[in-house]
Design a protein around this ligand. Sequence first.
Ligand SMILES: [Zn+2]
Length: 116
Amino acid sequence: MNEQAEKILAVSGSALKMVGDTASKALNVSKAYANRAKEEMELRRKFYELGKICYEMYSSGSDETGNIKAKIEEIKKAESRIDITKEHTGASRRCPVCGAANIYSNSFCSKCGSNL
Ligand SMILES: [Zn+2]
């Protein structure tokens, strides 16, 4: 194989690798979005259940608050899972310098230019 052909192969090989890397990053981001949508649905369901527990307690005149406490703990856990997925969907990558919200894929802050 001549030198020219080897160079072309090397360049196209690294270009293909770049395309592959970008595609897998995009796939990971869309997986994170799907995961977050699922978590948010789960969170809404928990709020509904909490409302139902309160309603039933109020209707029956009960003052047993254990179920409410347990449901609130579940909600807190669900909320912290959503915070984690937000980091992967780019919803909130805060600039350490100015505090601006940046897209997750940004390397630099869109407001002040600092390293993220
Ligand atoms: Zn900034």
